[in-house]
Design a protein around this ligand. Structure first.
Ligand SMILES: Nc1nc2c(ncn2[C@@H]2O[C@H](COP(=O)(O)OP(=O)(O)OP(=O)(O)O)[C@@H](O)[C@H]2O)c(=O)[nH]1
Ligand SMILES: [Mg+2]
Length: 405
């Protein structure tokens, strides 16, 4: 359901089919069209509540003659509420046979009824679930001529669909008074014969539908798993490419800086920066100060270039857990390099030895992996991997074709 949310209803239907059980007949149609009363006649007892207003508001069901009969709330085009959801479950998840009930008292089929009937007929072709069109309340259409007009208008609307004209009250009177002619005129016996033919097909239709739905689901899940696998591969490739590009640029830059620093640290003569300034020369420009300034400038230039490289790869702030109260210190540069360098020995240690460069490389690579973009990318990879796993698991949960029936 999580992997194929748009197939939730079909999955529920499939679950029903696996459980099996008696065939299910459900009525469907607008409210007050005589659905509950029709079921009562078919079941020969007043099992469902009947009234002259919107009566059935949730699903109720009874068992009779090896069939489960479902009374669904009337469909009302104006209300997309819980009643309609019950009706939809009855219709799409539970039903093996649908009795589409329309009262001739109301004239021809309206647009909503026609649309639903069309959808049901398309579904019947696909799944093998039968739909019978029942024109109810035949005794309520006025004179014979008026009834004929309505019935032929409906015949014009759905010419290739058999119509069953019935009157529940006539049937009831005929049964109670033991009048076979009245019973026959109620249209119910003919409807019952059609219903019994439809019920005889349920077993085969269910087997067909199970394989159809499971087959579609399998194909869809395989397609989803394949799509997810492709997406996952692309993301992993992106992750590896990013890392390779970062490392290559970083190595090249550290090599370049190392070469440039050699000229600074290998300058002839002693490191004058180490000579302490006399108190008298506090404000004077001394050779020691100049030397320290030279080292600092070289160091700053190196830092700026590294920082630019890091920024280009989205590395700047520290991971949250490592942040301190001093916001200006919360940068990767400060964390890796320290705050300031004044002496040649520091420059040499940092940039001019393979060991120093390897340390910088490892530290920057560490923070690169903890940068926001990288974390987001790894999150995407984890989500894609989980989605793929879920699709594969869902696919495994569907039985193989031969065991699907
Ligand atoms: N005269 C006559 N009245 C009928 C017939 N069938 C149903 N009725 C009446 O029509 C009204 C509605 O019937 P229900 O069976 O409750 O209608 P429903 O389609 O189940 O209505 P909801 O449950 O509200 O969707 C009731 O007063 C029934 O007695 C019929 O064949 N002839
Ligand atoms: Mg009802």
């Amino acid at each position: 359901m999580r992997v194929l949310p748009h197939r939730a209803q079909d999955l529920a239907r499939l679950a029903m089919l696996w459980v099996g059980g008696e065939p299910v007949v459900t009525v469907i149609g607008k409210y007050n069209h005589g659905k509950s009363r029709l079921l009562n006649e078919l079941m020969r007892r007043d099992a469902f509540a009947v009234a002259d207003r919107r009566e059935t508001v949730c699903l109720s069901e009874r068992q009779h003659a090896g069939v489960r009969w479902l009374d669904a709330p009337g469909l009302d085009a104006d209300v997309a509420g819980a009643d309609d959801r019950h009706a939809s479950t009855a219709l799409w998840v539970r039903a093996d046979v649908r009795l589409f009930v329309h009262s001739v008292k109301e004239g021809e089929l309206d647009a909503a009824e026609l649309a639903l009937l069309e959808t049901l007929r398309t579904d019947a072709v696909r799944t093998g679930r039968k739909v019978l069109l029942v024109l109810s309340q035949a005794d309520q259409a006025g004179e014979e001529a008026a009834l004929d007009r309505v019935v032929s208008a409906i015949a014009g609307q759905v010419p290739d669909m058999p119509r069953h004209l019935v009157s529940a009250t006539r049937h009831r009177r005929g049964m109670e008074a033991a009048k076979p002619l009245l019973v026959a005129r109620s249209g119910i016996p003919v409807l019952e014969a059609a219903l019994s033919d439809a019920l005889a097909c349920v077993r085969q239709a269910r087997a067909h539908e199970t394989e159809l739905l499971a087959g579609e689901m399998r194909a869809e899940l395989e397609a989803v798993a394949l799509r997810q696998a492709t997406a996952l591969k692309a993301l992993r490739q992106q992750e590896a490419d990013q890392r390779r590009a970062f490392e290559a640029e970083l190595s090249a830059l550290l090599e370049t800086i190392g070469g440039e620093m050699a000229a600074v640290v290998d300058a002839p003569g002693p490191d004058l920066a180490l000579v302490a300034d006399s108190v008298g020369a506090r404000y004077a420009t001394t050779a020691a100060k100049q030397e320290r300034a030279r080292v600092q400038v070289a160091y700053s230039r190196a830092c700026i270039r590294i920082d630019a490289l890091l920024a280009g790869h989205g590395v700047s702030g520290l991971p949250r857990a490592q942040e301190t109260a001093a916001a200006s210190l919360n940068t990767v540069m400060v964390a890796v390099m320290g705050v300031s360098v004044k002496f040649r020995a520091d420059l040499r240690r940092l940039f001019c030895t393979a060991q120093g460069r390897a340390r910088l490389h490892a530290d920057f690579a560490h923070y690169f992996d903890l940068s926001k973009d990288r974390l987001r990318l790894r999150g995407e990879i984890a989500a894609a991997a989980a989605a793929r796993e879920a699709a594969i698991e869902a696919r495994m949960a569907l039985p193989a074709p031969e065991t699907g029936a």
